[in-house]
Design a protein around this ligand. Structure first.
Ligand code: ADP
Ligand code: MG
Length: 341
């Protein structure tokens, strides 16, 4: 008799322990989460990436196109004495003719609005994070920031952005002579403030890395409540800053076109609210998988204890197995996207 009971208990424990909420629930939760994220516009390539997203504690943002629309406008023109506004804009627009940079496009648009013709430059060189050097005939035009001009031993006049908070000053020089500055201002995305607040509510730190001038970056960061800001960074310096954060043990997600390669996860597109939602989904998925894991261990433990006291028979074991597995699956279905409203 004793042997029979042992055998029955053993079989029962195996049946209960087969209740693997991990095996049943995990793929379902991940599938649901990936589907949900896709609906938010975030392509998550697999469960491993969701796990990484769930642990993100730092979000690095760039300014242009991410916190702002990336379609700035020239708001002010400051030529040096003796030079007309149109002449200054014309010189800048020649250099920016072939520029893909939002600042360049703003300047070319402004020239068009003024009816100023900007001819093609003969040569054109773009220094990332600094600006442009172009030549037309024997004329050499420089358009960019203070660092670009300083590299040629030129100093600009008073800051054009002093008159315009949150505007970027673009300096213009021709043949070694400073011609003046343009103030170019971008519009903040209306959802950016809310998204930054939501990230902070999740306990995530926000860091703004930008090539723009410190004064402009500070105004934007203050306006939106961004935690940390570093300005006047060249593209490779942005990369170094992100790598330093990762090396310091921070789990970094980056939004925008800041040095993509160095982050753990990169989200395409620049809707910050979608990023927030994707982070929430990843965290919820991790919680559900953890619940299923703990649940499975608990059910198995209870099964073993019941069997030890002789309370477990194969039928009850089968019932516990099916009931618990169903519970874990239902728990995981909470991740499945709800039908579209
Ligand atoms: P962001 O972090 O805003 O993307 P970028 O690295 O693109 O910054 O540019 C940094 C700075 O370099 C700009 O704020 C501007 O001063 C200067 N700059 C870059 N490209 C241009 C350009 N085409 N014309 C004028 N200035 C430029
Ligand atoms: Mg840029």
């Amino acid at each position: 008799m004793a042997h029979t009971r042992d055998a029955r208990s053993t079989i029962s424990v195996i049946i209960v322990a087969g209740a693997c909420g991990i095996a049943a629930g995990t793929p379902l939760a991940l599938l649901g989460a990936i589907g949900r994220s896709a609906r938010e516009g975030a392509i998550v390539k697999g469960g491993r990436y969701l796990e990484v997203l769930a642990t993100v504690d730092t979000v690095v943002l760039d300014k242009t196109g991410t916190l702002t629309f990336g379609t700035p406008e020239v708001v002010c023109v400051h030529p040096v004495d003796g030079l007309g506004e149109d002449e200054l804009v014309a010189a800048a627009a020649i250099a920016e003719r072939r520029s893909e940079h939002p600042l360049g496009k703003a300047i070319v648009r402004n020239a068009e609005l003024r009816g100023v013709t900007a001819v093609e430059p003969h040569s054109f060189a773009y220094a990332p994070g600094l600006g442009i050097r172009a030549t037309i005939g024997s004329r050499e035009i420089l358009v960019g920031n203070r660092a670009l001009l300083a590299g040629r031993g030129l100093t600009a006049g008073a800051s054009a952005s002093e008159h315009h908070e949150a505007a970027t000053e673009v300096l213009v020089a021709e043949d070694g002579r400073y011609l003046g500055a343009l103030a170019v201002r971008d519009t903040l995305r209306p959802e950016a403030r809310e998204a930054i607040g939501a990230l902070h509510a999740l306990g995530i730190r926000t860091v703004l890395l930008t090539g723009d001038a410190g004064s402009t970056a500070t105004v934007v960061a203050r306006e939106l409540g961004v935690d940390e800001v570093e300005a006047e960074l060249l593209p490779e310096e942005k990369l170094a800053r992100v790598e330093a954060l990762v090396a310091a043990g921070r789990r970094v997600a980056m939004v925008g076109d800041v040095a993509r390669e160095s982050a753990d996860v990169v989200l395409l597109g620049n809707d910050l609210l979608k990023l927030v939602e994707t982070l929430r989904i990843a965290r919820k998925t991790r919680r559900i998988i953890y619940e299923n894991f703990i649940g499975t261990i608990s059910v198995d433990t209870i099964g073993i204890v019941l069997a030890a006291f002789g309370f477990l028979n194969p039928l009850l074991a089968a019932f516990i197995h099916v009931a618990s597995e169903l519970t874990f699956i239902l728990n995981s279905t909470r991740m499945l996207p709800s039908p579209r409203r």
